[in-house]
Design a protein around this ligand. Structure first.
Ligand code: 7TS
Length: 425
């Protein structure tokens, strides 16, 4: 076992609640990219909500696939194909354990979260919705959980409804419940808002939807990097996340689906790997999850995702959550002291995402100026244009935290923003 993996593995196991269990400098040493300088300054990476950086064990696990255990999966009788298939299916088992799914058959691999939503909007809709039936989303959604339903609306005549938020970005449970009707067939909403950081009370959403026999699909893209997720404790029916935000590679996403619901759903795409038998007259399909995985899957990426899951699990999601909560409080305090800066999104329950605007300075100017100081934040509508409109904005700047961020990173951000305030003040 190499040093990087050993260092991750010998950290205190999840469940050890001592503060010393989380050693941010040791974690940073696992991320080669954090040693880079940009514009002559140390890189201060505060854009993990867009995509997280990768620790060495993930990079090395993928290298190992290509160097010593690579072939196509599920097809070959030969040795390499079996080794690759075992590694790929071990990745599925890791994802199942990560979400506490009842079975790895409930884990479907997709290209990213976006493809998982398109799969749902196509396949779930064809299985369970008739024209005029409703899908209820929230006002916090990323475009990935809006646009696929609009495409389904055009194709199948379904109706898209939206549960509102308040001006602070809080999800409104009673307003949500009031929109559950006789024709609601699915609730599809985010666990954590990528633009504001709002944490949605998913367990209570599920309780109220299930009281009316309505299944719930949750977008966990911004939750899985920051908190432990247990799909059975939450009692969700579907759960989506994307590999690259949880310190894994791009090119792989996950759709968890309750076995009995997946079993009723028709294929999303056709091709190799997903069939039981094919003739020109009639083709039959495999059972889930393979029914939904047409073509060669992202083999090294699934192995890399498994390594990322091992990495965050070894550190402990509860330690990561506590570290980021402390940093967020510190950041909100430091940023509030910047003249003319306004934090956007003041929900009661938030993850490590801080959106803000500044008087007289466009978010793109903020982002461009602080980049010169080595500070990376995202600016724009964050693929949540309807949410921006709801808040009366077109864009914000957004600092998003990862497990490797430090108070020093926040200090660098605050310093750079004070400089922006001076320019535009
Ligand atoms: N859902 C949420 C909540 C997201 O934050 C994102 C990506 C997606 C879905 C889509 O994930 P993908 O892997 O399919 O692209 N969010 C962002 C972001 O906030 N900045 O860049 C990408």
């Amino acid at each position: 076992m190499n040093d990087a993996i050993t260092s991750a593995r010998t950290r205190p196991a999840a469940g050890d609640n001592s503060a010393r269990a989380f050693d941010v400098e040791r974690i940073r040493a696992d991320f080669p990219i954090l040693r880079q300088r940009v514009h002559g300054q140390p890189l201060v990476y505060l854009d993990s909500a867009a995509s997280a950086q990768k620790p060495r064990p993930v990079i090395e696990a993928m290298d190992r696939v290509y160097e010593s255990a690579y072939a196509n999966v599920h097809r070959g009788v030969h040795y390499m194909s079996q080794v690759a298939t075992d590694a790929f299916e071990a990745g599925r088992e890791k994802v199942a354990r990560f979400l506490n799914a009842a079975s790895s058959d409930e884990i479907v691999f997709t290209r990213n979260a976006t493809e998982a939503f398109n799969l749902m909007a196509s396949s779930f809709t064809r299985a369970f919705l008739k024209p005029g039936d409703e899908v209820l989303i929230s006002a916090l959604e990323h475009h990935a959980n809006i646009v696929p339903w609009q495409l389904a609306r055009e194709q199948f005549g379904i109706v898209l409804k939206v549960a509102p938020i308040d001006d602070d970005g809080n999800f409104l449970l009673d307003e949500f419940e009031a929109r559950l009707g006789a024709r609601t067939r699915l609730v599809s909403l985010t666990h954590v808002s990528n633009a504001l950081g709002t944490i949605v009370p998913v367990a209570e959403v599920v309780r109220r939807a299930h009281a009316r026999d309505i299944p719930v699909l949750v977008d966990g893209c911004q939750a899985t990097p920051h908190m432990a997720v247990d799909v059975r404790a939450l009692d969700v029916d579907f759960y989506v996340f994307t590999g690259h935000k949880v310190y894994g590679p791009t090119g792989v996403g996950v759709l968890y689906g309750r076995r009995e619901l997946l079993a009723e759903m028709p294929p999303y795409q056709g091709g190799g790997e997903m069939i039981a038998s094919v003739s020109y007259e009639k083709t039959t399909f495999k059972a889930p999850p393979h029914r939904f995985e047409a073509g060669t899957p992202p083999i090294a990426e699934v192995v890399g995702l498994g390594a990322a899951i091992d990495y965050v699990s070894d550190i402990g999601l509860e330690h990561i959550a506590a570290h980021e909560a402390g940093l967020r409080a510190y950041a909100e305090e430091r940023l509030s002291a910047v003249p003319g800066l306004h934090i956007v999104g003041r929900a009661r329950d938030k993850a490590g995402i801080i959106s803000f605007v500044m008087d007289n300075a466009h978010p793109h100017d903020i982002g461009t100026i602080i980049d010169r100081a080595g500070v990376a934040v995202r600016t724009g509508h964050h693929c949540a244009e309807p949410l921006m409109h709801r808040l009366g904005l077109t864009a914000t700047a957004r600092a998003s935290l990862g497990l490797y961020n430090t108070r020093g990173d926040i200090d660098a951000l605050a310093r750079a923003l004070h400089a922006v305030a001076e320019i535009f003040g």
